[in-house]
Design a protein around this ligand. Sequence first.
Ligand SMILES: [Zn+2]
Length: 148
Amino acid sequence: MTTTEQLATALRDLLNEYDEESGTIDVGADPFCSECTQGQTPSRFDKGACPLHRAFSILHDHENPAPPPQRINGGLSALLIDLYESEINARISWFYDSGFAVEIGDEMNGIKEKVDHIYGTSGLEFTLICLAVKHYPDSAFGKAMRRE
Ligand SMILES: [Zn+2]
């Protein structure tokens, strides 16, 4: 599997975690994921990382994967507009050569999650998509991603 296929699979698995009843994607507390359970007793059933942390781990190892197939024609600029139009608050920053950092959420309502050391525009794109669908699955953006 290519890096892009692995990332696309992780993204699809993340979207599949959507719970109709609660309207949430609850992977932030996956009892099997070592990232989600940092500082806690890990589960004795080792199912590996949750889809979100699987995606971040792939992005960490590959500096510039191809863009996600779901958005192949859009690119980063189209993604920013889609997130903006869906009123998903985010912030992208960087410091010298340490990669990009993405924060999803805002200071008034709370930063939901921050991911840093992201390299390349595709990595940035994947990270924004993963964080947006995880934290705002019922937004127009989240719904559009789940349809694909
Ligand atoms: Zn996890």
